[in-house]
Design a protein around this ligand. Sequence first.
Ligand SMILES: O=P(O)(O)OC[C@H]1O[C@](O)(CO)[C@@H](O)[C@@H]1O
Ligand SMILES: [Mn+2]
Length: 443
Amino acid sequence: MGTDGVPESLSPKYESSFAYYTVHSRLPVILAQTADNLCRRKNDILKKYGQDAADELKFIIGKISKLRYEVQTNKPMLPLEGDGPDVAVWNDELAAQTAASENGEPPKWYTATWLYLECYFYRALNDFVRLAPKLAGLDLFGDQKRTAYNNSYHAVESLLTYLMEVTTGLQKGTEKDIDEIFSEFLQVALWGNKCDLSISSGSENSQKQCVLEQLSHLKPNILADDTAETLSTLRSAMTARSGDAGRVDIVLDNAGFELVTDLCLAEILLAAGLASCVHLHGKAMPWFISDVTKGDFDWTLDTMCATNNLAVSHFGSKWKWRMQEGSWMFKAHSFWTLPYDFSQMRDRALDLYQDLGQADLLFFKGDLNYRKLVGDRNWDPATPFCVSLRGFHPAPLCSLRALKADTVAGLKPGLAEEVSKKEEKWQVSGNWATISFCRDLRP
Ligand SMILES: O=P(O)(O)OC[C@H]1O[C@](O)(CO)[C@@H](O)[C@@H]1O
Ligand SMILES: [Mn+2]
């Protein structure tokens, strides 16, 4: 516990931690597979970017192998060399951490904080691409993300067929209870977070079964469920505006099946009259393998439009239309791909903090967003979720997360101990989840 009452940051310096396992076993595998993918895709890439980009491709592969060596041998992190509006921020942060360290040395792979080193890892990969101007825009994980969507296509079909039924029912006014629908689609978006590519070190990990059939079976694995408070806060905000629905934001996580589940939630919010517009926040660069960029978002809608399943193509065109008419908006602020936790947002990106403050409700999807919400710290799991936010509160917020990192707050006292008896690796297996809400920071 630090002097400020906030527990220590997670770090690979603790050998039994998931952070250690990540640096030791996951990151080197991700690098080897990324280099391997580039070699295998060489012909396709050169067809797209031109044969004269061959040297640059070789250069990137060389940089990736060098990074792998540096991670495995615990070398210090190096300043970024490429361009990008965030380079100065990254290099200033590296200099600040170097100056603040006991021996005046830069952070190293096995001793830095986990959040910083893992964010640096993905930013460094992007740096390599930025140093190769002929390959500008190349997404090192693009292929894996598209494969993940294609492999989950049957689950996408059943989910969107069901969404069509529900939204048609809502239009006719004969639908089931809105509370029930909201809760159902919240759980769909929650479990959509089970299948990201980073937890499986980039290997195929897509949703094969229909998620709807699994909801009741998965329900006991939701360790905190603040669905009712989330919905009632949304309704109170509307009542305060004499019934007018307002803005809801979704801070997205992964492309593929999870993105479709998040867009279903966005559609339900509008169709049920719980929101008048939804702002979707994606990433400004490829991030943690599967995170959604604007390119992934557009590809998903285009691919949906081109399929011959009625429901899938219907929502593909409807969602494109939503983007055009403005009931949906896609944003990619550079703060989401910086190494800071969200308690630092107000100081580092006041514009984003103020923008989020315009919403009635914020959804934060996934594990990394959760880690950034709680500062990636070693909390006692019974710490109230609002306390773990350490002052971050632009608007009422709800996190939907499958546990894939060893940090959690907001659980009832004793629950963590109970679950650990059922599954030893419960904090990182993705089998358990939380729906955690914070209305305001006052106790
Ligand atoms: O896509 P998500 O849910 O943010 O998960 C990202 C993954 O990356 C990590 O944050 C670290 O590798 C894990 O905790 C998690 O498995
Ligand atoms: Mn992710």
